[in-house]
Write a protein that binds this ligand. Structure first.
Ligand code: GLA
Length: 401
């Protein structure tokens, strides 16, 4: 952190008190593609985060330096990106621009700032680097407008502007929509509401949630990056979402109370699934069964039944692979390798899919054999180098300095 302040001074010069804000990435344990269907999810926040070291100034301009892209770019508040060639803003600039736009529309007064952006959430890996970046950017604007705000959790910074963290999550979600992905609320919500040592069970319809403590002495969460990055993620993601909406439209004919797939009971689905085109039917079957798996997982975790929780993770993968069709050879292979290791309780792809990471629940003594098995087999079969993290659940976003 000290380093990031020093980096700020190197890039922008030695002026006043530099603040640091942090938005964490996340791993979703279970409940995939359920959030935009009004369903349940069970994510946890990660230590891996996006951080901004910032200093507010009088000019209505946001000047950013990205450590990751080694690039400088800026935009005028209330205006278009102001750039010397190239005139199309770099993709990474769009996130804070869209965040600024939605915050201004919410009625907040925005101040100019300069900031160094750094992050250790791998981009495009299904660990929500974009939500982490949106949340950190939003906090930067909140702090720039209230320099007297002390360091502390995001809730205090939001409250100083008359906002709740749930509303802030919605605003960051709206920013992501404007960048082009019609995402649900999960990623931005967990980035703001993470709790050390816990996953949360979030009801994406009313945004009520409860903490689900993770027994780290009995099971560890292992995230493995397949190294696969698919380009067309936004298109395929938005297409899945439209197919779910199509299913809702057709099922509503049988029950007018159906507003989202959340409202479709397994019995209603069983009775009328044949009225759905085949692809839509499979998408709906995944979502409806996945919402139930989150309920069952929460119950299993409460009861300390980690075997059952692990089986539900593996069932979720099969459903994402066969019905939602968002897996791929490499993710399937990682899941298979993991599941053959004694002491592994369950494994699945995590996040939107189409590449990215798997999440595996493993007994503590199975973590090292799991790592060995993956390092032995995965590169040989794919030519790709996996990255492996043993993850602890971290606190949500904060003003750190
Ligand atoms: C992405 C989206 C989330 C969620 C997941 C799939 O991470 O941003 O809103 O839909 O995919 O569960």
């Amino acid at each position: 952190m000290g380093d990031l302040v020093a980096r700020y001074r190197e890039v922008f010069g030695p002026i006043g008190a530099v603040r640091i804000v942090r938005g964490p990435g996340r791993v979703n344990l279970i409940g995939e593609h359920t959030d935009y269907n009004g369903g349940l999810v069970m994510p946890m926040a990660l230590e891996a985060s996006v951080r901004l070291a910032l200093y507010a100034h009088q000019e209505p301009v946001v000047r950013l330096w990205s450590e990751q892209f080694a690039e400088r770019a800026e935009f005028a508040l209330g205006g278009e990106a102001r750039l010397e060639p190239p005139d199309e803003p770099p993709h990474w600039l769009k996130y804070p621009m869209k965040v600024a736009e939605v915050l201004a529309e919410e009625g907040l007064t925005l101040y100019g700032l300069s900031a160094v952006v750094e992050g250790d959430v791998p981009v495009g890996s299904g660990l929500s680097s974009s939500a982490a970046y949106e949340v950190a950017s939003a906090l930067a604007f909140l702090v720039a407008a209230r320099p007297e705000l002390p360091a502390g959790p995001a809730a205090a910074a939001a409250a100083a502007h008359g906002l709740t963290t749930a509303r802030l999550a919605e605003l960051c979600q709206a920013a992501e929509h404007r960048v082009g992905v019609r995402c649900g609320i999960m990623d931005q919500f967990i980035s703001l509401h993470g709790r050390r040592g816990c996953a949360i069970v979030l009801d994406c319809r009313d945004l009520s949630y409860e903490a689900a403590p993770l027994p780290v002495d009995r099971a560890r969460v292992v995230v493995i990056d397949s190294g696969v990055r698919r380009k067309l993620t936004a298109g395929a993601y938005n297409e899945r979402r439209s197919q779910c909406e199509d299913g809702v439209g057709r099922l509503r004919k049988f029950d007018p109370d159906v507003r989202q797939l959340r409202d479709v009971s397994p019995a209603l689905f069983a009775a009328h699934q044949h009225a759905l085109p085949q692809a839509v039917r499979r998408r709906c079957r995944h979502v409806i069964s996945e919402i139930q798996r989150v309920r069952d997982s929460a119950e299993a975790l409460r009861a300390g039944d980690l075997e059952r929780f692990g089986r539900l993770l593996s069932d979720s993968h099969a459903s994402l692979r066969d019905d939602y069709e968002v897996s791929g050879q490499e993710l399937d292979l990682l899941v298979e390798i993991a599941r053959r290791v004694p002491g592994v309780l369950g494994s699945r792809l995590t996040g939107a899919g189409f590449g990215g990471c798997t999440v595996t629940l493993a007994r503590p003594e199975a973590v090292e054999p799991l790592r060995q098995a993956v390092l032995d087999k995965y590169p040989k079969e794919t030519g790709l180098q996996p990255r492996i993290w043993i993850c602890d659940a971290a606190d949500g976003a904060a003003v750190e300095v």
